[in-house]
Design a protein around this ligand. Structure first.
Ligand SMILES: NC(=O)c1ccc[n+]([C@@H]2O[C@H](COP(=O)([O-])OP(=O)(O)OC[C@H]3O[C@@H](n4cnc5c(N)ncnc54)[C@H](OP(=O)(O)O)[C@@H]3O)[C@@H](O)[C@H]2O)c1
Length: 258
């Protein structure tokens, strides 16, 4: 299927690894020109170089922290004329809410609520003026199905989810859609480090932790980042113009509901 977005300009944040990289990869494969953002130059440039050899779209790197004003200023000093924006950054650390002070909450809200809102603010009016736009926020399945210890993530991302629900309805008549993608358990470096921490805490091997997690999972496997990336590319396509304001769970059916 031709997604109809060849030649479009995309901004993909958190793009040197994991889910963000998979989104960038899938968009470049559709002929989209992708600006990839991450904080660490080496892996980001390596990812950009890899995607530029695969084409048909092009990739370029902007090294910046999307959670800071300076980082976002660096990104938008180049351009803010993007047709597609994928917001993404690292998630807050797990823990016990009794240990989280005001600063911990503000860091989580900055990274997982206010940064995506600022990225949207900088780009959505241009999209509306041009009559086409796709904004995808990478959030978490924890927004629909809270996980013990992930309160900072659920709390901050729920704020974003509520905000986006309202905004998405106000931009749709201009050809712009805003949707959230909610990953369950995808095989990325972040997930591996979560499993390693859990294994250490519980005196188990990482393999045992993974086995235990998958035993309760309907698909009995982790999600592959490429599955996430291709779903993102479809939501960015011309065919997905009537999908708006949705919270799409990509969790292999793990969240049990009708
Ligand atoms: N993987 C899962 O199963 C899963 C499940 C639920 C939710 N999530 C959420 O989905 C998001 C992506 O997860 P992932 O597994 O793909 O993580 P990952 O493998 O750790 O990759 C994170 C990417 O984001 C970049 N990044 C992190 N903080 C950034 C910042 N402040 N500014 C710019 N770039 C930043 C990282 O590069 P630098 O470190 O160099 O900046 C890296 O490229 C996270 O918010 C995570 O909490 C993931």
């Amino acid at each position: 299927m031709d997604l109809g977005i060849s030649g479009k300009q995309a901004l993909v944040c958190g793009a040197s690894a994991g889910l963000g990289l998979a989104c960038a990869q899938a968009l470049v494969a559709e002929g989209v020109h992708v600006t990839m953002v991450a904080r660490t130059e080496g892996p980001l440039q390596a990812a950009v170089d890899r995607l530029n050899t695969s084409g048909p779209g092009h990739a370029r790197a902007i090294c910046a922290d999307v959670t800071t004003e300076e980082g976002r200023a660096r990104i938008f000093a180049v351009t803010r004329d993007y047709d597609i924006v994928v917001t993404n950054a690292g998630g807050p650390p797990p823990g016990d809410f009794r240990q989280w002070d005001r600063q911990a909450w503000l860091r989580a809200i900055d990274a997982n609520m206010l940064a995506p809102i600022e990225l949207i603010k900088a780009t959505v009016d241009g999209m509306m003026a041009r009559g086409f736009g796709r904004i995808i926020n990478i959030t978490s399945s924890a927004v629909k199905s809270p996980v013990e210890g992930l309160g900072l993530s659920t709390g901050a991302r729920s704020g974003l989810t509520g905000f986006v629900a309202g905004l998405a309805r106000s931009v749709a008549s201009s050809g712009v859609t805003i949707n959230n993608l909610l990953p369950g358990t995808f095989d990325t470096a972040r997930l591996a480090s979560n499993f390693a921490r859990q294994a250490e805490r519980e005196g188990l091997s990482v393999a045992q932790v993974v086995e235990r997690r998958l035993a309760k999972h309907p698909a009995r496997r982790l999600g592959q980042p490429s599955e996430f990336g291709h779903t993102c590319a479809f939501l960015c396509s011309v065919h997905a113009g009537y999908i708006n304001g949705q919270n799409l769970l990509l969790d292999g059916g793990s969240f049990n509901s009708v």
